[in-house]
Design a protein around this ligand. Structure first.
Ligand SMILES: [Zn+2]
Ligand SMILES: [Zn+2]
Length: 248
């Protein structure tokens, strides 16, 4: 085979590999994100928090979430802003998704799960644009971790470096488990997970071992139901220390 053809074949192979990688990690083409402003300033507290919705959520629900965040994170946020609904364009919506078999259901019931990177890219730019200290996304789409290939169907994930997090409500619905709709229980679960992910941004990535603490890691919805939406005394001390360190 002539040399040129060999090279062309090699390049095609590399291109294929690169394409597969891009599909796997979502819409991010680079190792990090395509950001409007790459300067990452240190988190200054208190700060402004934004909540962005991806999917069909009631406006009243935002006010409930805001109220509960203000209760447990007393004085940490100047303001909690509703950033409204974000719709991925069809092209971006279908990019980077994995098709997986839905747990406990027939294999014909395939669903598309979305890499967390896909959300982070939108969130980081929005956070910079809106001059927020941190930002939360709530979606009804199923998500999987962009950084850990083994983690499928997450409840939520935090990007500590860029101070943003995603909570997926799909597996927090009773209907997902074939049970009757329970709106109050559903909202309570979302609120606990949102408070949990914000806790990671403010404190660190470690989980609490206290059974009732909102910072305990939950493997399933039953574990979310078992814990409270508040911090244990140890985590409260940690938060107080952060308040002192930031002079508020
Ligand atoms: Zn966690
Ligand atoms: Zn705790």
């Amino acid at each position: 085979m002539p040399k040129l053809q060999k090279y062309q074949q090699k390049i095609r192979k590399y291109k294929e590999r690169l394409k597969r990688l891009i599909t796997r990690i979502g819409i991010s083409y680079s190792a990090d994100f395509d950001l409007k402003d790459e300067k990452l300033e240190k988190l200054i507290l208190p700060c402004h928090l934004g909540i962005l919705f991806f999917g069909d959520f009631d406006i009243d629900f935002f006010f409930k979430i805001k109220h509960r965040i203000n209760q447990v994170y007393d004085s940490f946020f100047f303001n909690i802003k509703n950033l409204g609904d974000h719709n991925f364009s069809f092209e971006i919506f279908s990019k980077g998704v994995k098709k997986e078999y839905r747990e406990m259901k027939k294999s014909s019931d395939r669903i598309k799960i979305h890499p967390t990177n896909k959300f982070y890219e939108v969130l980081i730019n929005k956070r910079i644009e809106e001059k927020l200290g941190m930002i939360v996304a709530i979606t009804d789409l199923p998500i999987y971790s962009s950084s850990n290939d083994n983690v499928l169907f997450l409840f939520g994930e935090t990007n500590l470096k860029h101070r943003c997090c995603v909570v997926s409500s799909l597996k927090l619905k009773e209907q997902y488990y074939g049970r009757n709709k329970n709106q109050d229980l559903f909202e309570e679960r979302v609120i606990k997970e949102v408070i949990h992910e914000i806790g990671h941004i403010i404190m660190d990535s470690t989980h609490c071992v206290n059974y009732l603490c909102v910072m305990r890691f939950s493997k399933g919805v039953n574990e979310i139901d078992d814990k409270s939406s508040d911090f244990c005394s140890k985590c409260k001390l940690k938060l107080n220390q952060i308040r002192t360190d930031h002079n508020f």
